[in-house]
Write a protein that binds this ligand. Structure first.
Ligand SMILES: [Zn+2]
Ligand SMILES: [Zn+2]
Length: 234
């Protein structure tokens, strides 16, 4: 486990080497080379051990949640590091919109131990529509996937799937409307054929996008698909 973390720390991408944090992203305390000071790190909302194995939503006894029982998603299991709650929600916003890109390495470092024992053949980051990439300048899922894939020694495939449509926000829509909204939004090529695939995204909210991407990967011949997310909403 520590080997994985040290590989992530040692194999940082150029922007990380050029832009090492000097202060804790939450409280501003001096924290050279790490995103958070030890005090803020200890207070993070880590995902509780009792959660639905398929979608990572916390459940009282770790059993399947009602939503997965009613509408089983196309991915067979989900792994998450944090709850999408303060201050993780703020850190993800900083990362996505404030371009605090060194947080990618922070998320990858803390997520790696959660997925270190998984056997997958490739990591497939959630594709963004080209319009969103143009607006944001980067795909947040790729930025997290890069150090994570290096640390785990798992191939990263950033161009194996594409988003065909720019879909409106899923949150707040009823289940059937979410499925309709996202249906056919992704296409995946045959390089996933026969492979065990880990989809990677920053946050799972309704899970509808990850479900549709999993469907596309399975349709292209993937044998199994897991969803890996940094943070899970409640
Ligand atoms: Zn701090
Ligand atoms: Zn579930």
């Amino acid at each position: 486990m520590s080997n994985i973390v040290s590989r992530i720390l040692n194999n940082c991408t150029n922007y990380v080497q050029l832009d090492l944090p000097q202060a804790c992203a939450l409280c501003g305390a001096r924290a050279i080379g790490t995103a958070l000071c030890p005090g803020c790190l200890a207070d993070l909302p880590w995902l509780p051990p009792a959660h639905c194995p398929q979608c990572a939503r916390p459940t009282p006894d770790g059993s399947l949640c009602g939503s997965c029982l009613r509408h089983p998603p196309a991915f067979s299991r989900s792994l998450a590091c944090f709850l999408y709650a303060p201050p993780i929600d703020g850190l993800i916003q900083q990362f996505k919109y404030g371009k605090n890109l060194h947080l990618a390495r922070f998320f990858a470092t803390h997520f790696a131990p959660q997925v270190a024992n998984r056997t997958v053949d490739l990591i497939l980051p959630m594709p963004l529509h080209p319009k969103r990439i143009k607006e944001r300048g980067f795909n947040q899922a790729i930025e997290i996937a890069r150090p994570l894939a290096r640390g785990l020694g798992v191939p990263l495939m950033i161009d194996v799937a594409h988003r065909l449509r720019d879909t409106p926000a899923q949150a707040g829509l009823p289940h059937d409307a979410r499925l309709k909204n996202i249906k056919g939004a992704f296409v995946c090529d045959a390089r996933v054929k026969g492979k065990r695939v880990a989809l990677l995204d920053d946050v799972m909210t309704t899970g509808a996008s990850l479900n549709e991407l999993a469907r596309a990967a399975l349709a292209a011949g993937a044998v199994e698909v897991e969803a890996w997310v940094v943070a899970r909403t409640l």
